[in-house]
Design a protein around this ligand. Structure first.
Ligand code: PLP
Length: 393
């Protein structure tokens, strides 16, 4: 069985938080001491054997890792390539998000945090955070735009059931961006709280923290494909929203030059402004604390994104992916809403696996690029699609 491993630390982490010209921390001075303390604490703590063993134990006994690597024979026959699915959909709470939440909650506990705060749009990160807070026993506040509170009633109930307090904000457009502002305001006023960030975005040190905890995905997948096939894959695929599940898989293969790396973005309707494909259509811009690509208008101001997948519907992107794109180590393609829905239905029928609509973007991209090639690939199935079944797609 594959070993659950994070890291390797030193080759993965950019201690100054920069990825070429990207990354860094563009934050109000009042936040500087908190983030500096968090970065230093993280760098020290994750080296400790007792931290690693506690993290790995929870991933194993509670999350259910290692997640299987499944040979999708029917899909493979359909596409004409050998395709394996990395089953993050089988994790407790239904996606890869829990890996990062467990890692950060352990940091919070060891830092003596009095309270966990998080923001959420569709509620998936909120649920994963409330779950992690429940097992460690730290009070948790989840900030959410008032419109999202209404749209995502089921996840709101779930968070409350898990013991979290859901704080609805009436600021601005009453959605995710406004929830971020509300949570940041609270964080500035309560320095003994811990801001648990859900994707590989935001200022240093978050991108390196999230990338590190999600690296379990790629480390396992690399061992598993070697066990099954005796060789590395020709291609790997992941859906890209903020970039956390993708960096989790990619980090296991970045040094393997023969492995081609591909990310499927939330293409929406296929072009600006109705898209969330940040790397495909955005420009380098400072947005929400970091320098990376961002969707902008003609004047260079960030614009709202649009995607059928709530988890991909974000105008920013991880600075690490910006760097991988510019250096051509990975390539990124927009997948339209329609292509994603087709892949969602196809995988359900062919394999009896209903992927999250987010993950369906990775499946759709794999089908496109692998058709008739006879090559070997791993596709990250970042989450399960139960949450999407109710929608008419
Ligand atoms: C949140 C989410 C994503 C997108 O977030 P990343 O940080 O880009 O991974 C993708 N898939 C699922 C299932 C999600 O819940």
């Amino acid at each position: 069985m594959a070993e659950i491993q994070v890291g390797p630390l030193d080759s993965m982490l950019r201690y100054d938080g920069t990825y070429g010209p990207y990354g860094g921390a563009f934050i109000p001075p009042v936040l500087e001491p908190q983030l500096k303390k968090l970065g230093e604490f993280f760098d020290e703590e994750v080296r400790k054997d007792d931290f690693k063993s506690e993290f790995v134990k929870i991933l194993k006994q509670y999350v259910g890792r290692p997640s299987p690597l499944y040979f999708a024979k029917n899909l493979s026959d359909y596409v004409g390539s050998r395709i394996y699915l990395k089953r993050e959909d089988l994790n407790h709470t239904g996606s890869h998000k829990i890996n990062n939440c467990i890692g950060q909650i352990l940091l919070a506990k060891r830092m003596g945090a009095k309270e966990i705060i998080a923001e959420t749009g569709a509620g998936q990160h909120g649920v994963a955070t409330a779950t992690a807070a429940a097992i460690i026993g730290i009070p948790c506040k989840v900030f959410m735009g008032a419109i999202d509170v209404e749209r995502q009633a089921l996840n709101v109930r779930r968070m409350k059931l898990l013991g979290a307090e859901v704080i609805s904000t009436d600021l601005g457009s009453k959605t995710l961006k406004d929830a971020v502002d509300a949570a940041l305001g609270y964080y500035i006023e309560h320095p003994d709280s811990f801001y648990l960030l859900g994707s590989q975005v935001g200022p240093n040190p978050y991108p390196r923290i999230v990338g590190y905890f999600q690296s379990v995905i790629g480390n396992e997948a690399r061992q598993q494909i070697l066990e099954e096939e005796g060789r590395l894959p020709d291609h790997i695929f992941a859906a890209v929203g903020g970039g956390s599940n993708a960096i989790g898989l990619f980090s296991g293969f970045l040094e393997d030059e023969s492995v081609k790396i591909h990310g499927g973005e939330g293409g929406g309707e296929g072009s600006l402004p109705n898209t969330a494909a940040t790397l495909s259509f955005g420009k380098p811009t400072v947005f929400q604390g970091t320098m990376s690509y961002c969707l902008v208008d003609d004047a260079g101001n960030p614009i709202p994104s649009k995607s059928i997948a709530a988890g991909l519907d974000y105008p920013g992107i991880s600075p690490h992916h910006a760097y991988l794109k510019d250096t051509h180590r990975a390539d990124y393609f927009p997948i339209t809403d329609k292509e994603a829905v087709d892949a969602y239905k196809l995988l359900s029928k062919l394999e009896g696996i209903t992927p999250a609509i987010e993950s369906s973007h990775a499946v759709a991209l794999a089908i496109k690029l692998l058709k008739g090639k006879g090559e070997l690939a791993v596709v990250n199935l970042s989450g399960r699609g139960d949450k999407d079944v109710e929608r008419d797609m």
